[in-house]
Design a protein around this ligand. Structure first.
Ligand code: HEC
Ligand code: HEC
Length: 296
């Protein structure tokens, strides 16, 4: 071999080894088994109120799992991978009837699938705050939705996503790890038009998934091309808004300065189905000091 080529070959070889190590590390994290706090057979969930469960399912699950809850494509881009939110209906490719409660509990409270492996992207770290009553209502609703036959292909993570995971740059994607590494969820507050209940709905409504955990807004590392940038929801950003402006953004997708929010990326048609007191609670929270950046 040409002796001038040797250093180049050596550097390339080193880079390949490095990449392999990074990919191996992400593979190990995906394959790790987590003990679940939930029994594998259907745990007893007291009968809930499915009407309230529907509002919760729309606000908390539909942005990813779709309006019919039969799942949705989250990404199908070579470098990001192929990622789908699962079919939650009892149809083909969905959740078998007898396993609904245990799968939902494991997914929400522990971030794991039936085998104890981490789910990817499922925002369990926020959703696990759900109160036992709200969870019973949600399950009561899911237990009676129309079956939809929809099989999604296997999850496949692209090279970029794996590299980012291997380097520890998007740990929040790994639901089970994030849950295990975080402190116990703050207990759910009493429902009402209060700031604390608003904070609970911010967690359940996925605001922190898209607008970042401290609501500062901004692009995500793994954003799908073409996605609009979620703006800041911190008090200073919304200082010219009133409760009425906020309600019309959530119910009609209309901002006070006349912009129309893209429903494909900002799930206002689902969030807008929350009751008046729930939207007011969200607003009280967003306007409060609690919504200012967390110290990190
Ligand atoms: C930010 C998007 C997002 C939101 C919001 C979300 N999920 Fe998921 N969920 C996912 C993705 C993506 C998967 C598939 C994960 C995978 O393939 O590893 C998933 C998987 C699941 C699973 C399947 C678990 C299994 O064992 O296969 C259940 C059950 C589930 N979600 C329930 C819910 C419920 C109930 C809600 C609302 C309270 C919800 N999810 C909200 C993204 C989301
Ligand atoms: C799936 C991602 C996603 C979720 C979940 C989400 N948002 Fe958004 N939001 C966006 C995006 C993207 C935009 C910008 C949309 C546009 O410009 O068309 C946006 C815009 C907004 C705006 C308009 C702000 C402005 O200055 O124009 C408000 C208000 C808002 N979101 C509130 C919320 C609240 C409250 C929640 C939780 C209850 C929430 N969003 C959950 C993605 C999301």
């Amino acid at each position: 071999m040409n002796s001038r080529m040797q250093p180049v070959v050596r550097i390339l070889g080193l880079l390949c080894v490095l990449l392999l190590l990074i990919l191996l590390s992400s593979e190990l994290r995906l394959r790790k088994s987590f003990p679940s706090t939930v029994a594998s057979d259907d745990p007893r969930i007291p009968g809930g109120d499915s009407t309230h469960g529907r509002t919760l399912a729309l606000a908390a699950c539909a942005s990813c799992h779709g309006a019919d809850l039969a799942g949705r494509e989250i990404a199908d881009v070579a470098w990001l991978g192929r990622l789908y939110a699962s079919n939650l209906t009892p149809g083909h490719g969905g959740i078998p009837k007898g396993q609904l409660a245990s799968m939902v509990l494991r997914a929400i409270r522990d971030g794991v699938d039936a085998d104890g492996h981490t789910l990817v992207l499922m925002p369990s770290v926020f959703l696990r705050r759900i109160s036992d009553t709200d969870l019973a209502d949600l399950i009561a609703y899911l237990a009676q939705i129309e079956p939809v036959d929809r099989d999604w292909p296997e999850r496949r993570l692209g090279l970029f996503t794996r590299a980012v995971l291997g380097l520890g740059l998007a740990d929040e994607l790994l639901a089970a790890e994030t849950v295990a590494a975080s402190v116990a969820a703050t207990p759910a507050p009493v429902p009402g038009a209060s700031e604390s209940y608003g904070g609970y709905l911010v967690d359940l409504g996925g605001c922190r998934v898209c607008h970042h955990s401290d609501l500062r807004g901004g692009r995500h590392l793994l954003a799908v091309p073409g996605e609009p940038e979620p703006p800041s929801l911190q008090p200073h950003a919304l200082r010219h808004w009133s409760l009425k402006d906020f309600v019309s953004a959530m119910r009609a997708g209309q901002t006070p300065d006349g912009r129309r929010l893209n429903a494909e990326y900002m799930p206002w048609p689902f969030l807008g189905q929350l009751e008046d007191y729930q939207l007011e609670a969200l607003w009280l929270y967003l306007r409060s000091d609690s919504a200012e950046p967390e110290v990190s």
